[in-house]
Design a binder for this molecule. Sequence first.
Ligand code: AMP
Ligand code: MG
Length: 598
Amino acid sequence: MSSNSLPIVGICAWSGTGKTTLITELIPLLRAQGLRLAVIKHAHHQIELDQPGKDTFRFRTAGAEQVILASAQSRAVMFEQHEVVEASLRAALELVNDQQIDLILVEGFKHETLPKIEIHRPSLGHPLLFPHDSQIIALASDLPLDLPSPVRVTQLDLKQPSLIVQFILERIVGRSTQNTTELRTTPSCADAREPSSLSLAEAQARILAAITPIKTVIKQSLRLALGQVLAEAVISPLDVPAHTNAAMDGYAIAAADLPLNALKTLPIAGSAFAGHAFAATCPPGACIRIMTGAPMPAGTDTVVMQEHTETTAEGWVRIGTGHQFGQNVRHQGEDITQGQTVLTAGRRLSPADLGLLASLGIAEVKVYRAPRVAFFSTGDELRSIGEPLEAGCVYDSNRYTLFGMLKNLGLDVVDLGVVADQPAALQAAFKMAADSADVVITSGGVSVGEADYTKTILDQLGEISFWKIAIKPGRPLAFGQLGETLFFGLPGNPVAVMVTFQQIVQPALLYLAGETAYQPFVIPARTTQRLKKKPGRTEFLRAIYEPAPDGSLTVHTTGAQGSGILMSMSRANCYIILDEDNAGVEAGAWVKVQPFRL
Ligand code: AMP
Ligand code: MG
């Protein structure tokens, strides 16, 4: 419920100029652009939404601090302040649910700090407000005004609300409207996709198309090969198992000697242990005591489990009926035969693969050199662990999530620390990173407003595109090349960093590393809650999946989903993925779940 990061614009004017009328006109036009709106209005009087005699009125006047009225269509919350304090915008903003809102319109609160549009009607004879308020960025008037130049504000025509909407889209929401001269007017086609944004699939495809996998082959010893990508297929030099052996503890016997209709007592001719074979041949009519893994003695082909036998006297064992020829025996080459391809090129080696290679006696493998990834965080507000946290500062967490995610992929990582938002420092950091790594990843500084600044520096060093991607959280992303080095500029918000990394950067890095078969793992689960969503972007909700009593999977979100709330990520064991065209689902519906790799 924090709306610090949402676009916000105030409409200010002398009373009676038509603030409410304009806002009422803007709302359907903004909605037609896919924006979900919150409106905050300042009132100078006691708020009376309900009336004497209504139940809610009775609860309020009886002294409740909050009264909430909920119906199928609406929910109303009334907060009562028993002490009279000046209404503050901040307190009002805390009530905005930023998961459900894209833009906040504010009426009144003209002394608060927020970008504002002044409305003016010369016929009313009021003085202009903008010369005394530097936060007024535009002036909407119903008649052309002859203002002394230079004029700091953008002049708008109050009679053309669609142009005011265009101004809000460009200057407040940060959406380019150059190619959208025609504003859509039917709210039914509202969708959250911006005209200038790329779908997730488009962004992923463009990035993969720009990458050439690293093909430098190195020999790596087994342990160091974990997480590396095989450069050539591995062919088995052996049969596995190398010898036919017992799968159980018990007695090795020739099937011909198995009892048919009655119990049978046999002499024990010797014993075989794993690593200590019975070197001779088992005589007909006898058996050999055998332990799991011990080679089957010559003259035997079947193992009777210990539990199905009884020792009668020293050196004798009694066996019952019902045993099958060849039972409890593992045959030579049953798992792998000599000459068989056990692992193919392009495979990223897992712990099981290391075991498999070890089981073949293979000490080293040919892998591709792992990409070297340098990363740093940008932002004057960032402090490293150990530094004091001054007012307005935050500890840099992105370098730690990035470190963890990169390490999990088996990559070679270089942490370049925090870099201040200063051209010289940024330029030096980009250069150093590009010189020392195959890939540079930064977080922060690619959102609207900041991008121009970073863009100028990056333009001098390479070719970078700044994209808005139709995903939530995430959205801004810079991608390109600094010389030979790939560059990913991720958003700053901690959850957005993780989501954009996992969905966009990870497939790209694995492809660069030579992995040929990477596919995100997605399974269905039933949501236990209603999930609201607008078509137009792919959403990644942080969630927990768990088994229902019937064994199927259910999933629920980890609560507040703000893109700065790392707790939502830390608690989660999966994402719920709601595809671009999804328009929300009801409780009980099947949704796509992407478990985090453990
Ligand atoms: P930016 O994308 O730079 O506008 O940052 C968006 C938000 O993420 C701001 O609240 C930043 O303070 C926060 N942020 C940026 N970088 C980091 C970081 N490395 N660690 C934690 N928070 C960050
Ligand atoms: Mg920043």
